[in-house]
Design a protein around this ligand. Structure first.
Ligand SMILES: Cc1ncc(COP(=O)(O)O)c(C=O)c1O
Length: 426
């Protein structure tokens, strides 16, 4: 079968709409075939520009999950029968692949429900053990609520205080300001590696240097970075790295916390239950070593297998190629939006895969609704970053975010939808 002539993507809206092809090494026309979710209910190409919220899944991940839930299914770490032993090997192999993907060791990776739970885990365990009255935590103005609220909860419990690092005029975390703020009273710096609203990329290496200079640990919220940039936790020299599988083309319900081995080893347990213990008596319970100590209960076995498959899929394409490709699309979209006199554009020009903007006199929700009628999906809202919205002076932004499957046809469809919205609203 000749996929190129029978599949809806073969219609190549790029040429139809006259959009300029961006020149990168990714064959997105081919890659789109891997993602059944990129077709709408009528079987037409869907211009999905909300990958920062959650990415579509390649068939390889769907197949891995189906097989794990079907003919391979069994529990892990407990069964004495062969299927369970095999499933345990597959589950631990997924951990190894996830660890390798970010340059970590397998015993340093804890499977969590997602980035949110990973950050809550650090706050509730490391935070409870290491924070006290007078201690300070440094966050930034652009953080997702997942990297704000867990710290507020633990600050209330421990008496620690939170400070907020400002942004540069183009929407980066201002590391000069952070450096000037940091003193030895700071125990933790927690920053987004890539902003989910502005796409700005943190100089994580420098953030680690300035945090460590005062003895603070650095947590990086890597949710938006891992699908877009090659991450190497050893080279970044961070202490904690949190991310979710579903933004990395994997399943929902699973993510990872990487923590430096000596820090993880010293952290008290998070939740109590099965699988996280060494020995239980009513007098005293001892705990399993990390990472099992942090994985109470039957884990998300199938999701972990899917996470491993997602890592394999992305690794085979290569993050260098994905980064180059998304950068080219960001440049194309920003240039087109800058050419209009009715658009406010947020974030820096070298944003990674994410473009936030506002159309004069048109609420982002109205734009999103009209775009949806035209088969284009964007996100409109505060993006779980209300302090950043307040700083930008807007209640919401429209956000287009790319994935490895995005291409110029998606940019062209978005621009055509913006034009249509302007015509409707006048
Ligand atoms: C930067 C950032 N941090 C944290 C999160 C929370 O991720 P999850 O909801 O998968 O736990 C998100 C998701 O939108 C995000 O973009």
């Amino acid at each position: 079968m000749n996929r190129a002539t029978t599949h809806p993507f073969a219609s190549r809206e790029v040429e139809k709409r006259g959009a300029k092809r961006v020149s990168t090494s990714l064959d997105t026309n081919g890659l789109k075939f891997d993602f059944p979710g990129l077709l709408n209910a009528s079987g037409e190409p869907w211009h999905y520009l909300d990958s920062a919220a959650t990415a579509q899944k390649p068939q390889a991940v769907i197949d891995a999950v189906t097989q794990a839930l079907g003919r391979d299914y069994a529990t892990v770490h407990r069964g004495v029968y062969a299927r369970s032993a095999e499933m345990t090997l597959a589950y631990e192999a997924a951990r190894r692949r996830v660890a390798g993907f970010i340059g970590g060791a397998e015993e340093e990776v804890v499977f969590t429900r997602g980035a949110t739970e990973a950050i809550n885990l650090v706050a509730a365990t490391w935070g409870a053990a290491n924070l006290g009255p007078g201690d300070r935590i440094l966050l930034s103005l652009l953080e997702h609520h997942s990297n704000i609220v867990p710290w507020q909860l633990i600050a209330e419990r421990t008496g620690a205080a939170i400070d907020v690092c400002p942004l540069t005029a183009d929407g980066r975390i201002d590391l000069d300001a952070a450096e000037a703020m940091l003193t030895e009273r700071y125990k933790l710096v927690a920053f987004a590696h890539v902003s989910n609203v502005l796409g700005s990329v943190l100089d994580a290496r420098r953030a680690a240097e300035i945090a460590h200079r005062v003895g603070a640990k650095l947590l990086l919220d890597g949710c938006q970075a891992v699908p877009r940039l090659k991450v190497d936790v050893a080279a970044l020299d961070c202490d904690f790295y949190a991310f979710s599988a579903h933004k990395l083309y994997g399943p929902t319900g699973i993510g990872a916390l990487w923590a430096r081995a000596e820090i993880l080893d010293a952290m008290p347990p998070y939740q109590g239950g099965g699988a996280m213990i060494d020995r239980v008596t009513f007098a005293r319970t001892t705990y399993a070593p990390a990472p099992q100590r942090f994985e109470a209960g039957t884990p998300a076995i199938v999701e972990a297998i899917g996470f491993g498959a997602a890592v394999d899929y992305v690794s085979a394409i290569g993050l260098d190629a994905i980064e180059r490709h998304e950068n080219a699309l960001v440049a194309q979209l920003r240039e087109a939006l800058r050419g209009r006199n009715d658009v406010a554009l947020f974030g820096p020009d070298d944003a990674a895969g994410i473009v936030s903007f506002a159309l004069d006199g048109i609420h982002p929700h109205d734009l999103g609704t009209i775009l949806d009628e035209g088969n284009v999906a964007i996100r409109a809202g505060h993006h779980c970053a209300q302090p950043l919205m307040e700083h930008l002076g807007v209640p919401a932004t429209a956000r287009a975010s790319f994935g490895l499957y995005s291409d110029e046809s998606d940019v062209a469809a978005l621009l055509a939808g913006i034009e249509r919205t302007r015509t409707i609203f006048g």
